[in-house]
Design a protein around this ligand. Structure first.
Ligand code: GLV
Ligand code: GLV
Length: 323
């Protein structure tokens, strides 16, 4: 009989669902808001594969509810901090994700946020609408350019490297990066220098978070870190909200300990509209749209489906999390 696959969203691109429907019995959650946890726990029972997104926490409880039939969890994302991969490993459940295909889209969005915060685009744009634009003025809405700046990257994987490559044409003084693996060849390609986290904090005019959320990086940007940063530093985060202690970030922005922040990710998501961060002028917040380029999202849908089909057939997946 056909494999049963549950898809936690009705709105992933249909090209992915079509691939699954050819050989599997596919059921999906029916609303565009995430499937409620109680519903996921109910419907996952007896499924062979789970097609999920970063909005679904796949932990021991969900895996227990699924039962021994579950062979694969595939997420339509590059991040998999929402999946308990250790529990999956113990149970022999294979985990798929969608790296590579979204690297360029995410790097582009990061550059957009970096320029937007550096040159105060959103703050300036508001002035056009609220009457704040009185006349051209020599020092009004000035920001700091990228040229001549010191840029630090926390994380130097696929996305970090592509961000670095896109920053190079803006002529920074230096690009530094902090990671566990040195990646000398990749670093040489963009003339980046490896530094420890402390040096990055102390020296950077711009810090870009492009690492995975792990126990090691969780809230690594805390009050102590913000204390070490230069007052003109701008923090960009297109990775995961959890890498930043958001209360400490609020304090750092409010007290001008740092200059500004550009965030595509927050804690929680969505950020409540009464969150104090939204009252500040020196922060630009986007609703987690890093990979939101049409072709990228379509391909992510297909890769997630192919990951499932490969796992169910016992074949090599397009992209499998090494457990
Ligand atoms: C988005 O945040 C992703 O992990 O793909
Ligand atoms: C903050 O809004 C900035 O654009 O610097």
């Amino acid at each position: 009989s056909q494999h049963k696959v549950y898809v936690t969203r009705p709105d992933v691109d249909d090209s992915g669902l079509e691939l699954l429907r050819k050989s599997c019995q596919v059921s999906t959650w029916h609303e565009t808001n995430p499937v409620p946890r109680s519903e996921l726990i109910r419907v996952v029972a007896g499924k062979d594969a789970l097609y999920c997104a970063l909005t679904d926490k796949v932990d021991k409880e969900v895996l227990d509810a699924a039962g021994p039939q579950l062979k694969c969890v595939a997420t339509i994302s590059v991040g998999y901090d929402h999946i308990d991969v250790e529990e999956c490993r113990k149970r022999g459940i294979r985990v798929g994700f969608t790296p590579d295909v979204l690297t360029d889209a995410t790097a582009e969005l990061t550059l957009a946020l970096l320029l937007a915060t550096n040159r105060r685009l959103f703050e300036a744009n508001k002035q056009v609408y609220n009457g704040g634009w009185k006349s051209w003025a020599p020092m009004w809405m000035c920001g700091q350019g990228l040229k001549g700046s010191r840029v630090g990257l926390l994380g130097f994987g696929r996305i970090g490297q592509e961000i670095a490559a896109r920053i190079v044409p803006f002529k920074p003084t230096e690009i530094t990066y902090t990671t566990r693996s040195l990646r000398p060849k990749e670093a040489a390609a963009v003339n980046a220098r490896h530094v420890d986290f402390d040096e990055m904090l102390r020296e950077s005019d711009l810090i870009v978070v492009c690492c995975a959320l792990t126990p090691e990086t969780k809230e690594i940007f805390n009050a102590t870190a913000f204390q070490k940063m230069k007052p003109n530093c701008i923090l960009i985060n297109t990775a995961r909200g959890g890498v930043v202690d958001q209360k400490a970030l609020y304090e750092a922005l409010k007290t001008k300990r740092i200059l500004a922040a550009g965030l595509d990710v927050t804690t929680p998501e969505p950020l409540p509209i009464d969150d104090p961060l939204l009252k500040l002028d020196n922060v630009v917040i986007l609703p987690h749209i890093g990979s939101a380029d049409i072709e990228t999202r379509k391909e992510m849908s297909r890769i997630t489906a192919r990951n499932i089909l490969a796992a169910l057939a016992g074949d090599k997946m397009v992209a499998e999390v090494e457990l």
